[in-house]
Ligand binder design. Structure first.
Ligand SMILES: Nc1nc2c(c(=O)[nH]1)N[C@H]1C(S)=C(S)[C@@H](COP(=O)(O)O)O[C@H]1N2
Ligand SMILES: [Mo]
Length: 503
């Protein structure tokens, strides 16, 4: 048997066993993922962000419907978990390219360098952002270097292999923990600049918020007329992260002259306050995706009219997250462009820098992170209509039953909100015997505005057995809401809410 040259023996010693390569790649990938999160936080520059968007966009309509109707908010969590897993897997593959290259080149420095380059490239291709890609590459190279550099090449024994793998794992765990802490400590609203409006609007906002507070019914556990926590529905689990400086809104399509506005253009126009409630077409009959806020902004037609629309029938609103919704021009005419919410800048989750509010219509056409208003000459489907929903029209009338209190005097109290878009709420009735007899509920005083919910409450002496409480609303046109129960898909939940109440 001939003696092998020393260099070949060294290389053989440096070669990690197959399973170890997989382990080191997995840990390097994890560290890369965490480093990206540390720098980008929960934004589209985080390497898992674009994957989450892609997953929800490409998911078959039936799966999305199942997620909305059956899984609810869990669907969004699953989307995020899948995106994280996929990002980890891709980074692991890219890191293993580095290890393989190092093996072929028989050099200790090749693996960390190639691993950094391939994972960094993957990240930049996915996100288009340099800094998080750089962090990912650096973290991956640290983990790979911790395994390849700690080999001395002369001791091809199991103990040495184990030390090398442990070195990699230990460094990966450190980087991952640090990355997770840094990323989660990041304020998700760092790009949001404070709202600047003139003093007179500001004091009007304060006084209207005060009105909403005093008009709110004094019922324990009932959400006030300006929601404490406003629901959020997005096609993506990671929200856009536009700064006001980089944001522009253009009016395009069937217009005489296209127009583009900056954030300064929009916020220096004459701003107004508007109460507008939103309800999601996908929520269950007695669901919680109905809320109200006081918004600061400008009438949308103040931006559209200078472009002089020609013979349009409809409009397509497009957004920074790839969302788009189409609806008739007539609905746009009452539209509002909001850049403030309850006297603060619009939060990132609700569409910073600016969103559309289309009074009386389902939430979905109230497009957030708005970037383009395109006037159309022929109808087109929006994002949700392509997936089978009919959510561009006016909302259904609904009365929710969210609160059930035992009062000190022995009576029962039931309460909730009622909403009928721009038709308004005229009356809410309650039955405590399954719908045989009805009595009027108390209503909160109406707030100014065309599209605002109301609260209702009703107190009664409970019977000594469990009983069925039913609630129904009559809108401002005098129409009683239909009794028949309809599922949210495709045109929004409808029907009388009823609940069995124990004595
Ligand atoms: N750009 C964009 N706008 C959007 C959405 C979205 O995913 N992306 N979701 C819509 C849906 S389905 C609803 S119900 C409302 C919810 O608004 P909120 O998240 O501020 O409550 O926003 C609408 N606007
Ligand atoms: Mo929605």
């Amino acid at each position: 048997m001939t003696e092998q040259p020393l260099s070949v023996r060294r290389a053989a010693a440096r070669r990690l066993p197959g399973a170890a390569t997989v382990i080191v790649s997995l840990f390097a990938g994890l560290a890369g993922l965490a480093a990206s999160y540390a720098v980008a936080g929960f934004t589209p520059s985080f390497v898992a962000g674009p994957i989450a968007s892609l997953l929800s966009r490409e998911m078959p309509a039936a799966v999305v419907r199942f997620a909305i109707l059956v899984l609810g908010d869990l669907g969004e969590t699953l989307n995020l978990v899948a995106a994280l897993a996929l990002a980890w897997f891709l980074l692991t593959l890219a890191a293993s390219v580095g290890l393989a290259a190092g093996r072929r080149a028989r050099s200790r420095v090749v693996a960390p360098v190639v691993g950094a380059a391939s994972t960094g490239l993957l990240s930049v291709v996915l996100t288009g952002a340099l800094l998080p890609a750089f962090a990912t590459g650096a973290a991956v190279s640290v983990v790979i270097a911790a395994t390849t550099l700690s080999a001395d090449g002369r001791t091809p024994d199991v103990a040495a292999d184990r030390r090398r793998i442990l070195g990699g794992v230990a460094s990966a765990v450190t980087v991952t923990l640090a990355g997770f802490l840094l990323g989660s400590g990041r304020d998700s609203d760092t790009t949001v600049a404070p709202l600047e409006v003139d003093r007179s609007l500001e004091s009007e906002t304060e006084s209207l918020l005060g009105t909403a507070e005093t008009q709110s019914l004094d019922v324990a556990g009932l959400e006030p007329l300006v929601s404490d926590s406003f629901y959020e529905v997005d096609i993506n689990s990671v929200n856009p992260d536009r700064s006001a400086d980089s944001w522009e809104l253009s009016v395009t399509g069937a217009v005489e002259e296209e127009r583009t506005y900056t954030y300064d253009d929009v916020t220096s126009m004459d701003a107004e306050n508007q109460f507008v409630s939103l309800r999601c077409v996908g929520e269950g009959l007695n669901g919680r995706k109905l809320d109200n806020a006081l918004w600061q902004g400008v009438p949308i037609m103040d931006l559209v009219e200078p472009a002089v629309p020609t013979e349009g029938c409809c409009v397509m609103l497009r957004a920074a997250d790839g969302f788009y919704e189409e609806f008739p021009l007539s609905a746009l005419e009452d539209g509002f462009l909001a850049f403030g919410m309850n006297g603060e800048a619009l939060p990132r989750g609700h569409g910073y820098p600016a969103r559309a509010l289309i009074p009386g219509h389902w939430g979905e056409i109230n497009v957030k992170w708005l970037t383009e208003i395109e006037i159309l000459e022929t109808e087109e489907d929006g994002y949700w209509e392509e997936r089978g929903w009919h959510g561009t029209g006016p909302v259904n009338t609904v009365a929710k039953l969210h609160v059930e209190n035992d009062l000190e005097d022995g009576r029962k109290q039931v309460a909730g909100h009622a909403y009928a878009g721009t038709r308004g709420i005229e009356r809410v009735e309650v039955s405590t015997d399954g719908g045989d007899s009805w009595a009027d509920a108390r209503l909160s005083g109406p707030l100014p505005g065309e599209d605002v919910w109301r609260q209702w409450a009703y107190e009664y002496d409970p019977p000594e057995r469990s009983h069925e409480v039913v609630v129904r609303a009559t809108d401002g046109t005098g129409t009683l809401q239909p009794r028949e129960e309809e599922s949210p898909y495709p045109s929004g939940a409808s029907g009388w809410v009823s609940k069995s109440v124990d004595p």
